[in-house]
Design a protein. Structure first.
Length: 137
């Protein structure tokens, strides 16, 4: 089963793909959206069709006390939009500290600050997707 991992930020959507067996996640890129969610859904739909995606894993930002804030509510709304328009399962994955993990990986690989800014959301999506895949083996 092939999965698409998503990290929804305020201006960008980080994207990751799994291999065809659903074992390994890898970075795919980002989409700038400026809160144009209709266009964003269409672009995600195109990726789903092109890459033959069977399910989506969307990051769910939670507060450290496990409560859901405004960004978490946005993820729930985006999940519903994806399910309504794309018609494949969308699973939520706790994404606490994934951006920090992504930054640490990039720093340990000596990625420049300028380049880190461009790839951090995609790396976070990769961590979200890999966490989901590992949890559901």
């Amino acid at each position: 089963m092939r999965y698409l991992g998503l990290d929804l930020g305020s201006k960008t959507l980080g994207i990751a793909l799994s291999d065809s067996l659903g074992i390994i996640a890898s970075s795919y890129g980002i989409i700038n959206h400026d809160e144009d969610y209709e266009r964003l859904i269409r672009e995600v739909y195109d990726i789903v069709q092109d890459k033959k995606i069977e399910a989506i894993v969307l990051g769910l930002p939670k507060n450290m006390n496990n409560s859901i804030g405004p960004k978490g509510e946005l993820s729930f709304a985006f999940k519903k939009m994806l399910e309504d328009e794309i018609k494949i399962p969308v699973f939520l994955q706790d994404e606490r500290l994934t951006t920090r993990q992504a930054e640490n990986v990039l720093i340990s690989n000596d990625t420049s600050r300028k380049k880190r800014k461009k790839v951090i959301d995609s790396m976070a999506a990769t961590i979200i997707l890999q966490s989901y895949l590992d949890k559901n083996k």
